[in-house]
Design a protein around this ligand. Structure first.
Ligand code: NAD
Length: 344
């Protein structure tokens, strides 16, 4: 079936991988990418390069705009006859949410409700047109070190303004599904790593500090545990859930790859040293670390049980961590070279 999918937040980290994957895999669909191009985005990550020509793939239309702008979203529905939505646009940095929570409420909650309202208006109640919301495992709060990982029935207990705003938007998506019989799905995913992530986030910070030889800042004692998933594996999960997930259902997505922050930093340091040494492990690796004041309300541990997704749909995390991290290191090294050429 032909579709015209509105992808919001397509110029962000995960959104850019969704756009590149979907526009290649589904040449017969049409894609409308809506992104406000905030500081976290990079439009170049989704532009199509052919020889000297940089532009858009034939099946892709890009609009710079705000998911909170009802007139604009309505206009996009009218112009393109949108049949489905994959919604990723969000304010996504926990530290920023502690400093300026209001923009997280505006974008993540009000923006999501605006999209739901316009979709309901155009599609009508009981439509089979799909609204997929990309969300986070942080809505579940945190776990003790010995507790079982989050499942889809774990009660919501968000700790930060970011996770509270994502929890609220999940509730609205689910409520519109139930109240207006809309065809909604939600994916709650663990931490992603890979190319295109904004330099404010932990892994880009670690790689950039390794490249510059500066100390790597580590919150608290570095004992907080996260489950790291290759961004491409998140995208294939979104593809599977978007196409085959059951309406009204939530799917947890995780990498079965738990690490404390300090373990993660050491692993990246070792892989970086090996990569710089032509793929051979050097005898000694020095990883300069500096412990800094802990993040307010810092969640201790996130861990995801993705059995429901793995047993009901056709998905597994595929990427080997070392391979994915080397690809990520190469990406940030290349970005640094580009920045060096433009600021000699
Ligand atoms: P990101 O910050 O890299 O990208 C967000 C994108 O949304 C940016 O391109 C930005 O310009 C756009 N945007 C922000 N406000 C907008 C608005 N008002 N209107 C239109 N566009 C707007 O974020 P990300 O890491 O790619 O995360 C994407 C989604 O996935 C988010 O909803 C996030 O909550 C969720 N998520 C992220 C992770 C992760 O590890 N990064 C894990 C699980 C879930």
């Amino acid at each position: 079936m032909k579709k015209t999918i509105l992808i919001t937040g397509g110029a962000g980290f995960i959104g850019s991988h969704v756009v590149n994957y979907f526009t290649d895999k589904y040449p017969n669909y049409k894609f409308v990418v809506l992104d406000l191009l905030t500081y976290a985005s990079n439009i170049h990550n989704i532009m199509h390069v052919e020889g000297n020509r940089v532009g858009w793939k034939e099946n892709t239309f890009f609009c710079k705009g705000d998911i909170r702008d009802t007139d604009l979203v309505t206009h996009l529905f009218e112009l393109h006859d949108i049949t489905d939505i994959i919604h990723l646009a969000a304010e996504s940095h926990v530290d920023n949410s502690i400093l300026t929570p209001n923009i997280f409420v505006d974008t993540n909650v009000m923006g999501t409700v605006n999209l739901l309202n316009v979709a309901k208006e155009f599609w009508g109640e009981g439509s089979n047109k799909r609204f997929h919301h990309v969300s986070t495992d942080e809505v579940y709060g945190d776990l003790e070190l010995d507790e079982a990982p989050f499942s889809e029935s774990t009660p919501y207990d968000p700790s930060s303004p970011y996770s509270a705003s994502k929890a609220a938007s999940d509730h609205f998506v689910r409520a519109y599904g139930r109240t207006y019989n809309m065809n909604v799905t939600i994916s709650n995913c663990s931490n992603n790593y890979g190319p295109h992530q904004h330099k404010e986030k932990l892994i880009p910070v670690v790689i950039n500090k390794l490249m510059s030889g500066e100390k790597i800042p580590v919150y608290g004692k570095g004992v907080n545990v996260r489950d790291w998933l290759w961004v491409g594996d998140h995208v294939t999960a979104i593809d599977e859930i978007f196409h085959h997930g059951k309406s009204g259902h939530t799917y947890n997505v995780g990498g079965d790859n738990e690490m404390t922050n300090i373990e993660l930093i050491k692993q990246i340091g070792v892989l970086y040293a090996k990569y710089k040494n032509g793929g051979v492990m050097p005898n000694e690796v020095d990883i300069p670390i500096e412990f800094v004041t802990d993040r307010k309300g810092h969640d201790l541990r996130y861990a995801i049980n993705s059995n429901y997704l793995q047993t009901n749909l056709n998905w597994r995390p595929e990427k080997n961590f070392e391979e994915g991290m080397i690809e990520t290191i190469k990406y940030y090294e290349n970005q640094r070279a580009i920045a060096g050429r433009s600021n000699p």
